[in-house]
Design a binder for this molecule. Sequence first.
Ligand code: SF4
Ligand code: SF4
Length: 70
Amino acid sequence: MPGKMALVDFNRCRPDSCTGGVCPAAKACPRKLLVQETPHEPPMTNPALCRACGDCVRACPNSAIKLTQF
Ligand code: SF4
Ligand code: SF4
């Protein structure tokens, strides 16, 4: 069955422009699937468990996260 998952566009992701280098999109994921290991680094997604709710997409100020069909 086709679905969608969140993917980070690393060309658009600018962690330094987010508050204190901390990714608000990672904090927004209700399932804690976006993980930012270190401040000022881009977050990593966990596509296998993503429910495509879009919370992370709305929380990113740089439109760096997209829901992508797979
Ligand atoms: S909110 Fe967006 S631009 Fe900021 S670190 Fe997260 S993914 Fe990157
Ligand atoms: S789309 Fe929803 S479930 Fe998927 S990573 Fe973003 S906030 Fe988490």
